[in-house]
Design a protein around this ligand. Structure first.
Ligand code: NI
Ligand code: MN
Length: 226
């Protein structure tokens, strides 16, 4: 399969069976190079929480492609008014999709959905463990370091996508502890440098990883073949 980094926390993953997006924040993302309309055929969109830099272009892409949006119950309830197909999940739940299983994991963060009229409830923020072709990808969403991450060692994660930008999420120091908890084969840093408040040096993160963990810095639109 191919994992493409689209900037911030947005990823496009394509395997022989499925095409999916995670947190497709493209319009308004100063890092993004690919536009939302580049996605013509898509099966699923995973949304970790209700913040604008994660919901991003979900509604437009889902409407146009017919992709099924997977998110927590509250966000799915919000999306349902737009006439898009959704699959609600919640923290700790696992479901077998046609391509493999998905488990929703906890994240320590907020999830309010910003509307012109104020903030509406977006339930609890989360992350996803997505199984594809027998490999497991963990997208942490936005989160601080949690003790719960120790449970993820049992999932035998192949690739962990972890925020390192600090301020709203883990910084490099805490992301390194998360790696120690999760023990993934490989790790790709995300959620850094998009805005001034989340500046971080991904090379400094990679340099401090334990020897047995492969660190991968993806340029925007860069690919990692798994
Ligand atoms: Ni957030
Ligand atoms: Mn965010």
């Amino acid at each position: 399969m191919n994992i493409q980094f689209l900037g911030h926390s947005a990823f496009y993953i394509e395997s022989e069976q499925v095409k999916l997006l995670i947190d497709p924040f493209l319009s308004g993302n100063p890092q993004a190079k690919t536009r939302a309309d580049a996605f013509k055929e898509l099966d699923y969109i995973f949304v970790t929480h209700g913040h604008g830099d994660h919901i991003g272009d979900t509604i437009e892409i889902a409407k146009r492609t017919g992709a099924v949006v997977v998110s927590n119950f509250e966000i799915v309830n919000y999306f349902s008014q737009f006439g898009i197909q959704c699959h609600p999940m919640h923290i700790g739940g696992r479901f077998s999709f046609d391509f493999g299983t998905v488990k929703m994991t906890p994240a320590l963060h907020g999830s309010g959905i910003q509307m012109d009229s104020g903030m509406i409830c977006g339930g609890s923020p989360g992350g996803f463990v997505i199984e594809l072709e027998g490999q497991k990808i963990y997208h942490a969403g936005d989160t601080g370091l949690t003790m719960d991450m120790q449970l993820l060692v049992r999932e035998a994660i192949d690739v962990a996508l972890l925020p390192i930008g600090g301020n709203f999420t883990m910084d490099i120091e805490d992301a390194l502890i998360a790696v120690d908890f999760i023990k993934p084969q490989s790790v790709i840093p995300m959620h850094y440098d998009t805005f001034e408040m989340i500046k971080a040096d991904p090379q400094a993160f990679i340099d401090q990883l334990p020897q047995e963990v492969k660190g991968i810095i993806l340029d925007v639109d860069g690919n990692f073949i798994l």
